[in-house]
Write a protein that binds this ligand. Structure first.
Ligand code: FAD
Length: 334
């Protein structure tokens, strides 16, 4: 069950050259506990990998890498207006979006085609086109990788915010999320505030999913054909005074309210205007995607160090021009 020296390149969409010292595929709680017992005897670190669409893997990942393949789906209860469903964390996210919508359980349609597993979705509170997953997460069931304790994190315990949760913060790398409980309405009320969705008139749930997929396919490279990890930087959040100063210095800069006197800037715009859209490093081939400056691609499947070196050049260019530091979205793995 323990695999030594597993090649991790096919296990992450950025396809960085990488090898796990030890790895185990876990399909059940029993397999998970068995793998953790092995790691405890070795005294080695344990890490969790889903579909690897939001990680940058080291060339050598020490300790045990758990590849999460826990499936299963159970309706917990239904009311007149909502259904509550427990979903195995190893299930593919896009499959779950299509399945739930086809059952007449709505809300997730805007999140179609986001790569990855159900279990990783709460970790960074995935979001797209005006919807964040937290709106539909009732609770998260997780197992402590060190103590083996099983715990329910209610919505309020998850500390969800923009691309963030307790699983990226205070409880980072401590838990494997085993199941996510969703509460989904039967009534379909589409969120069409985002530009390319505004043209839709009374879409069906399937029509909305199809439109989201089409928009995504036009803007984003298919990660299995052109290695990438989606948006490489989060949109920076600054205070109102800094936003005002930036608007004065750079008329046309997009600024969005982010609540509590804070403002969100568009990282893609900053990169584009700093002249980095479609640029690549001639040696490593690492570059930004011509249709979306926020996406860094790694066509030659180079090691993580090359990707980080290129990203650092963008961070410096943006900081020099706007005095705003871009934060990386994908997590360092190992
Ligand atoms: C082309 C592309 C487009 C994308 N678009 C979006 C988008 O629109 N919106 C968005 O929010 N994200 C987007 N992403 C990022 C990514 O799809 C999400 O973050 C996704 O949830 C990652 O899932 P994963 O299973 O691949 O996680 P992984 O990349 O395997 O892991 C990500 C992190 O979560 C941890 N983790 C994974 N599973 C678990 C678990 N079960 N329990 C505890 N920790 C876990 C890992 O340890 C790691 O730290 C995109 C990525 C790509 C490649």
């Amino acid at each position: 069950m323990i695999i030594r020296n597993l090649d991790l390149q096919p296990h992450q969409t950025m396809a960085c050259a990488s090898q796990a010292e030890a790895a185990a595929r876990v399909r059940s709680l029993a397999e998970l506990r068995e793998a953790l017992a092995w790691a405890a005897v070795q005294g080695c670190p344990v890490r969790v990998l889903g579909e690897g669409s939001n990680v940058l893997a080291a060339e050598r990942v020490d300790g045990l890498t758990l590849i999460n393949e826990m499936v299963g789906l159970q309706v917990v209860r239904q009311s007149d207006t909502t259904v509550t469903v427990d979903v195995g964390s190893g299930i593919n996210w896009h499959w779950w979006v299509r399945f739930s919508s086809a059952q007449g359980w709505h809300g997730l349609e805007n999140l179609a085609l986001i790569p990855g597993t159900v279990g990783a979705a709460p970790v960074q509170n995935i979001g797209a086109y005006g919807v964040e997953v937290e709106a539909f997460v009732e609770q998260v069931e997780a197992l402590n990788l060190r103590s083996g304790e099983q715990r329910i994190f209610r919505h309020k315990d998850c500390a969800f915010s923009y691309r963030d949760s307790v699983f990226k913060g205070a409880e980072r790398e401590l838990w494997l999320i085993t199941r996510v409980r969703f509460c989904l309405p039967f009534h379909f009320s589409p969120v069409l505030t985002y530009g390319p969705l505004q043209s839709l008139q009374n879409p069906t749930p399937r029509g909305l999913i199809d439109q989201v997929c089409q928009v995504r396919q036009q803007k984003l490279p298919n990660p299995w054909q052109m290695p990438n990890a989606g948006s490489f930087f989060t949109n920076p959040v600054v205070d109102q005074a800094q936003a005002d100063a930036l608007q004065k210095a750079f008329p046309g800069i997009p600024v969005f309210p982010a609540g509590q006197g804070r403002c969100k800037l568009a990282a893609g715009w900053l990169i584009d205007q700093a002249g980095w859209k479609g640029q690549s490093d001639p040696e490593s081939g690492v570059g930004t995607w011509p249709q979306q400056a926020l996406v860094i691609v790694n066509p030659q499947k180079r090691p993580r160090s090359d990707v980080l070196a290129f990203a650092e050049r963008i961070q410096e260019a943006v900081e020099d021009r706007y005095e705003v530091r871009l934060e990386r979205e994908p997590r360092l793995f190992g």
